[in-house]
Design a protein around this ligand. Structure first.
Ligand code: AMP
Length: 384
């Protein structure tokens, strides 16, 4: 049996955004030290880490030095190159393993793996030219969604193709060697299940969580999701199968579409804590970040019991448009928790923070979260 990595040890993180920051906060609460490596300085995670190393992911000398200073390496975003995790794995365990990252960082590899494992995914074809796109559109039907195979998140690098005449312009606009063409799903709702798997195979999950997006970016999440017990059960079963088939040690989020005929289709997976799981910090006994710490350290996982119905609303840079948000206006809600990521510059569409509201029902939690977010912009509070 592998010896667990105990509090007092140093944990290494590749990537330094808000997911790393919340991991670091959870890790420090448990008495660990945390080191972070990314190409940036004064980052959301760097501000709360014991050590912030600024280096490119392909600087393998720096990567090796970093890995020698920690007991385990994990990551907080998908686009870390495979060579980087491989270099780390010469000195310490990388959890989840680099091969999990490799599979999920490319939409074609990911969807092919899931489909071959017998799991339900959005129908797709691989596309490498305008001619293949035209053929794919004829096969998949219109509209379809064309997405870059690599480096895509939050709707970046994707376009809805509505007519065969648009194929050539859509292909050249994407400007990549390889893409994936998916059927456009006229879904009823979107869900996610955040799954956690320990070193010994123990599995726990949160969810499902109900998600609504705005401009392809997550806007509001609620837990529990407003779905039937049957859909809830099968979403968790599918998520469990994904973590087991990928042999994940750590956290992995599975995002689903629920079709109008109540079928679950996997849209994508992310082998790390997920934006939709941020409400677990305030709403669950153990949050997704503490679970990431426990899982990568080989410790038993914590309870995922929901303490209260909850809603989370993202705070994008847009909230800063008219100046500093009116923080007291939101904090007047006693069951609201404000989380800010320490980012210096508020840009439109940039995730700056989130707020979570606990209430007696998800409807009430969602209403209060949305109203509080509106109040941040100085708009009148409708409850007054
Ligand atoms: P993604 O970056 O793939 O997670 O996409 C972001 C959002 O775009 C999703 O959460 C959906 O709201 C929408 N979307 C992505 N793919 C599709 C699809 N095949 N059909 C319909 N909507 C989609």
């Amino acid at each position: 049996m592998t010896t667990p990595i105990l509090p007092g040890a140093t944990l290494g993180m590749l990537g330094s955004g808000q997911l790393g920051r919340m991991f670091a906060i959870a890790a420090r609460r448990l008495g660990y030290r945390v080191h972070v490596l990314s190409p940036e300085k004064n980052t959301p995670m760097g501000q709360v880490a014991d050590l912030e190393v600024q280096a490119d992911y392909d600087d393998l000398d720096q990567i090796a030095e970093f890995a020698q200073g920690v007991s385990v390496v994990t990551f907080e975003f998908e686009n870390v190159p495979a060579e980087t995790t491989e270099a780390c794995s010469r000195y310490c365990p990388v959890r989840p393993a680099g091969k999990v990252l490799f599979t999920s960082q490319n939409r074609l590899r990911e969807k092919t793996f899931l489909r071959d494992a017998g799991l339900p995914v959005t129908p797709f074809v691989a596309v490498k030219s305008a001619a293949e796109l035209t053929a794919g559109l004829k096969q998949q039907g219109l509209p379809s969604v064309l997405k870059t195979a690599d480096w895509g998140y939050d709707g970046k690098g994707q376009v809805v193709v509505r007519s065969l005449d648009d194929a050539a312009s859509a292909w050249s606009a994407l400007d990549v060697p390889q893409a994936i063409l998916e059927s456009f799903i006229d879904f009823e709702s979107e869900l996610s299940v955040v799954g956690v798997r320990g070193l010994d195979g123990q599995f726990v999950s949160y969810g499902p969580i109900g998600n609504s997006h705005s401009h392809h970016i997550l806007d509001v999440s609620v837990c529990p999701a407003r779905v039937s017990p049957a859909i809830a059960k099968s979403s968790v079963e599918i998520a469990r199968a994904v973590l087991e088939k990928l042999d994940v040690v750590g956290v992995l989020c599975v995002e689903f579409f629920v079709t109008k005929s109540r079928q679950l289709l996997i849209n994508e997976t992310a082998p790390r804590p997920h934006n939709s799981g941020h409400l677990t910090i305030d709403a669950h006994v153990t949050c997704q970040f503490e679970q990431q710490v426990r899982a990568v350290c080989g410790l038993p996982l914590g309870s995922t019991e929901l303490r209260s119905p909850a809603a989370m609303a993202n705070l994008l840079g847009d909230v800063w448009e008219a100046g500093t948000p009116d923080w007291p206006a939101a904090l007047r809600q006693p069951n609201l928790k404000l989380h800010l990521y320490g980012k210096q510059e508020a840009r439109i569409g940039r995730k700056m923070g989130h707020l979570t509201v606990l209430a007696k029902t998800v409807d009430e939690a969602e209403r209060i979260a949305r109203e509080a977010r509106t109040a941040l912009r100085g708009a009148p509070d409708p409850s007054e």
